[in-house]
Design a protein around this ligand. Sequence first.
Ligand code: CIR
Length: 256
Amino acid sequence: MVETMIAYALVRPPGSDAVQGLTTQSGPPVLLSDLQRQHAVYCETLRSFGVELIQLDSLPGFPDAYFVEDTAVVTPEVAIVTRPGAPERRREVQSIARALSAYRELAVIDPPGRLDGGDVMIADRHVFIGLSRRTNRHGADQLARILSPLGYRCTPVEVGDGLHLKSSVNPLNDRRLLIRSSWSRRPEFDSYVKLEVPSSETYACNTLSINGHLFVPAGYPRTEAMLEACGLQMHVMDTRPFQRMDGGLTCLSLRF
Ligand code: CIR
């Protein structure tokens, strides 16, 4: 894989209503202070990777808005503003479109398309588009119609378990994928070297490889040991507050 250097990461802090966001997790409620503290750690860590942060204001009334990854897909050529699968999240995109218009030409996903950025994994010029509870075939087809003429190969992937495609697979360096073990024989990923995450550690599939660094959720020792093979510098962060809201490291930024 040709590693693209990332110049910018667009982020937005969890707002005062962030604890009311969508989640499938049960258990004690997450604390706003924990979300805010770990978000600040996240931003500082991205900065240490040589990335310039574009920091948007929080968006009152949209408690999931700090999971900015779902609102756009950004390539070197274009920013595609999504139509998030969760109706409550749809109007997060206006402010994202405004911010991204300073950096890229914009394209949009129209109804009846639904697409979450968490379902889009780009490795080299290959775009894997997860078909999930959030992303439908119309959304995937629209994205493919925008990106194919730009020279991207687009492959739909049935997500099944997990919220998004990137809950189960993410690109590392040198044509390696970090992938949940039950997906290791899926034909879509045949041409990659696979590092298989054991089923007890599936959450760790959401590891972010960026500018020669690996940003890894804390608490997954087998995955961490396996990632040593990549020879990249590893940074481990406590993501438990985000996990309670069904989020992880990739969803907290838009990187380009
Ligand atoms: C949601 O359900 O939309 C948020 N609570 C979590 C979104 C996580 N996004 C991502 O993994 N890309």
